[in-house]
Design a protein around this ligand. Structure first.
Ligand SMILES: Nc1ncnc2c1ncn2[C@@H]1O[C@H](COP(=O)(O)OP(=O)(O)OP(=O)(O)O)[C@@H](O)[C@H]1O
Ligand SMILES: [Mg+2]
Length: 147
């Protein structure tokens, strides 16, 4: 959804589509590079986008990642349709994972995705409705030069 004073772009993510997993966060990284965002901020945004994208691929049916650029910030709004998260506090703990053996064989399931999204965000919010889905909102501030 377009926001005031911002340019938004919506990306669709499909659950269980491990073949295309990572393509949305790569695309976001490219967009941020093209507009000349500070590389340290791009790196943090790319990590947050990648971990959120992978969680949709691994746990949800489908979702969207909306990238919004404003003069002062990058926003990543991630919404999925899926099982939701029963205990968010538990899910946010480093090392907690319900990844399957198959996912662990692919190198996922360290239980570090959500903690890393929070760590790399200036503002972080997560909400979930069991049986419906999960939403994550991330803001990364762009450094403002004082006048
Ligand atoms: N979008 C989601 N829908 C439903 N459950 C989720 C979602 N995202 C995370 N979870 C739950 O929260 C747990 C922790 O997520 P987190 O991303 O921190 O770790 P992980 O995905 O298990 O492992 P890693 O991200 O290190 O590969 C997951 O194992 C899963 O149970
Ligand atoms: Mg994860």
């Amino acid at each position: 959804m377009a926001e005031e004073n911002g340019l938004s772009q919506v990306f669709e993510i499909t659950g269980k589509d491990f073949g295309r997993a990572g393509t949305i966060s790569t695309k976001i990284k490219e967009i941020l590079q093209e507009i000349g965002i500070d590389s340290a901020v791009i790196r943090r945004a790319a990590i947050a986008a990648y971990e959120a994208e992978m969680n949709i691929v691994m746990y949800a049916q489908r979702g969207t990642l909306t990238l919004t650029l404003t003069p002062t910030a990058i926003r990543l709004d991630v919404d999925d349709e899926g099982p939701g998260i029963e205990d968010i506090e538990l899910a946010m703990q480093e090392g907690f994972s319900t990844a399957t053996d198959e996912m662990r064989e692919m190198g996922f399931g360290a239980g570090m995705g959500l903690p890393n999204i929070r760590k790399n965000s200036d503002e972080f919010a997560i909400s979930s409705t069991p049986g419906k889905g999960t939403s994550i909102d991330v803001v990364l501030n762009l450094n403002q030069v004082a006048e």
